[in-house]
Design a protein around this ligand. Structure first.
Ligand SMILES: *[C@@H]1O[C@H](CO)[C@@H](O)[C@H](O)[C@H]1NC(C)=O
Ligand SMILES: *[C@@H]1O[C@H](CO)[C@@H](O)[C@H](O)[C@H]1NC(C)=O
Ligand SMILES: *[C@@H]1O[C@H](CO)[C@@H](O)[C@H](O)[C@H]1NC(C)=O
Ligand SMILES: *[C@@H]1O[C@H](CO)[C@@H](O)[C@H](O)[C@H]1NC(C)=O
Length: 597
């Protein structure tokens, strides 16, 4: 796809979203949640449907209307249904006895910082036997790439007897004794070109999270040579059950609840979800509802805290029965150096995988390359957004930009590389499709000073290096912080785990950079987000379940939370004065001496 095609495609997508909205103004999909399932014996979906038709009929007036309206009938693990309803019908269901809540079918986002969060675009754009083979991890995500070496079933026996799930083998998808079950959910039947109608993962996200939780050892794994080593999940001997509820457009509530309904009844031991909503009451939050019924069956749900940090009070998945995971940095940090023509070297944040062999490229500031005929001028073109740059001036050059982006503006104008600002050096590095590095604003100003003071400014960008980060772990800047706005006395997140620059399995058809049109192929990818920290804890929880099969979700959660320890005692001793940043409307000055703490 060319860049223009991509833009056209995005417009079409927006337009399609608009059409869907228009069309559904009369009737939209709602989830009518009715709490505990009524009849313990009902495990067959069709029987449950017969229970829901009469309820729908009462409100909609006819059995034909009821049949047309029903989207999902939940009943394997909890009671409720999804149906197309008008505002008036919603009001009637809301007042009905036995109905806990009626949830509009909004879409949740995966908690990866890849691309959209990174570039600041709104994301709504769219372990018995001692080996753990009896523990089943349910992954509700964007599917899985079953052929990845991380999911090899070599040496695995058949699924444990308790397993009641199934494998949807549509479109060339197959399970094995590692991936023992796979289903997908898309009630809208809305698929874009790159979506695959099967549990297969075209995006890489579900493959990445599943391999972090339960991937087997893969030797020589790397991202184009970077981070080379043995890739291994937290519980390499656990089985994986895949519930694909997330698509290009996000994960809709009706689909998420269908996934939970199945996962619980199928007999998984832990559930992992790397998405969430912010600020929904528990009775309106699909993860809170699903995980509650999971808990009632002794299944712990591990969830991601979200990536809206470093702001406060932005943590998702706040229900007390969830194990909510924030993200920390690791001692490995990828850096990408920029070398100027005058010999100055800047160490930037980046995972540049393109070897320029030291070749120097002319360097230009975006503000000096405005496309005047596109009504751009220096003050706007310095941001390097698409359409702002004059390709005659930018072609074959490195461009210094003063705004963060995917770099598409520079790519469209045939630039050879990009230098962009980053708020702090602590932020995670993202792979780009072309040479790129991110510098702090002071460094950007220095590079600009060089451009201004030299007749022929040139520079080169080196391939990424892995550095030992002695400050790690710290809470990653993007990781959502508490307090919990719904119930401030329930502390959230519960734990942090590594979530920055994590190397794990990837779908070969997915883009290997934040540029969606990047056609290179990789089986491993470096990704950041609480999406990545969550499955780390899932893996550990699965191991605990293996060793202690009788432990309740609360026992597992408690064990994990009460055995965490300070990773760097030296650092703890040095920091004598603790500055507690309490949540308040008054800014806290941490330089001010405090004696009360
Ligand atoms: C099915 O998947 C396998 C493994 O990726 C591949 O080798 C084969 O070509 C695929 N077949 C079709 C019809 O897509
Ligand atoms: C750098 O050198 C490698 C190995 O010689 C080569 O494959 C690559 O194309 C070169 N890169 C550039 C940008 O010339
Ligand atoms: C400047 O912008 C116009 C209008 O978008 C575009 O047609 C033209 O190709 C651009 N010129 C250059 C040199 O990039
Ligand atoms: C914070 O307190 C220190 C010491 O009292 C003072 O020097 C500094 O100006 C204060 N900073 C702000 C932003 O108020």
């Amino acid at each position: 796809m060319t860049n223009l095609q991509l833009l056209t495609f995005l417009y079409l997508l927006l337009f399609a979203a608009f059409l869907v909205n228009c069309h559904s103004q009369e009737k939209k999909v709602y989830v009518v949640y009715m709490g505990e399932k009524q009849n313990a014996d009902i495990t067959v979906a069709s029987v449950q449907q017969n229970l829901h038709y009469p309820i729908l009929e009462r409100v909609l007036g006819s059995s034909v209307a009821a049949k047309e309206s029903l989207v999902y009938s939940y009943g394997r693990s909890f009671n409720g249904f999804a149906a197309k309803l008008s505002d008036e019908e919603v009001a009637r269901f809301s007042d009905m006895e036995g109905v806990v809540s009626v949830l509009p079918n909004t879409k949740l986002q995966l908690h990866t910082t890849r691309s959209w969060d990174f570039i600041g675009l709104p994301s709504d754009l769219y372990v018995p036997n001692s080996k753990g083979e009896d523990v089943i991890i349910g992954m509700i995500d964007s599917g899985i790439w079953p052929e990845s070496h991380s999911f090899s079933d070599e040496g695995f026996g058949p699924p444990p007897a308790k397993w009641r799930g199934k494998c949807i083998t549509e479109n060339n998808f197959s399970c094995n004794n590692k991936i023992i079950g796979a289903r997908y959910y898309n009630h809208e039947k809305y698929y874009i070109e790159t979506d695959i109608k099967s549990p297969r993962d075209p995006t890489g996200h579900g493959t990445h999270t599943a391999s972090i939780a339960a991937g087997r050892e893969v030797r020589g794994a790397s991202y184009f040579g970077h981070g080379k080593g043995i890739a291994r999940g937290g519980a390499p001997n656990a089985r994986i059950a895949v519930y694909k509820a997330c698509w290009y457009y996000g994960c809709s509530i009706a689909d998420i609840l269908a996934a939970f309904d199945d996962a619980i009844a199928d007999g998984v031991d832990v559930i992992s979800v790397s998405f969430g909503v912010l600020g929904f009451e528990y009775t309106n939050d699909p993860v809170a509802i699903g995980s509650f019924h999971a808990l009632r069956k002794g299944i712990l749900t591990i969830s991601s805290a979200g990536n809206f940090g470093p702001s406060r009070a932005v943590v998702s998945n706040c229900a007390p029965w969830l194990l909510t995971v924030g993200a920390s940095t690791m001692d490995r940090k990828f850096i990408t150096k920029l070398v100027l023509g005058n010999g100055q070297i800047f160490t930037g944040v980046g995972v540049n995988s393109i070897d320029l062999n030291g070749t120097q490229f002319p360097l230009i500031w975006g503000g000096d390359a405005a496309n005047y005929s596109a009504n751009s001028f220096s003050q706007t073109s310095k941001g390097c957004y698409p359409g702002e740059l004059n390709s005659h001036k930018v072609k074959g050059k490195f461009v210094l930009c003063e705004q963060r982006s995917t770099g598409i503006g520079v790519l469209m104008a045939d630039g050879a590389g990009i230098i962009m600002p980053v708020q702090t050096f602590d932020e995670p590095a993202f792979p780009f499709s072309f040479p790129a590095t991110l510098l702090t604003e002071e460094e950007i100003a220095k590079v600009l000073g060089y451009i201004r003071s030299s007749e022929k400014p040139v520079a080169t960008i080196l391939v990424a290096e892995a550095w030992k980060d002695n400050l790690a772990p710290i809470v990653a800047p993007f990781s959502a912080r508490g307090p919990n706005m719904l119930a401030p006395d329930v502390l959230k997140p519960d734990l942090v785990a590594p979530g920055a620059e994590i190397l794990a399995a990837w779908s070969p058809v997915a883009s290997p950079s934040i540029e969606p049109t990047d056609t290179r192929t990789t089986n491993f990818f470096i990704n950041s987000g609480t999406s990545m920290s969550c499955p780390h804890v899932t893996g550990v929880a699965a191991n605990l379940k293996t060793i202690n099969p009788t432990w309740s979700p609360a026992a597992i959660k408690s064990a994990l939370m009460t055995t965490s320890y300070m990773m760097d005692p030296k650092k703890a001793r040095k920091r004598k004065r603790i500055c507690l940043r309490v949540w308040s409307t008054q800014p806290v000055n941490c330089s001010e001496p405090r004696t009360s703490l």
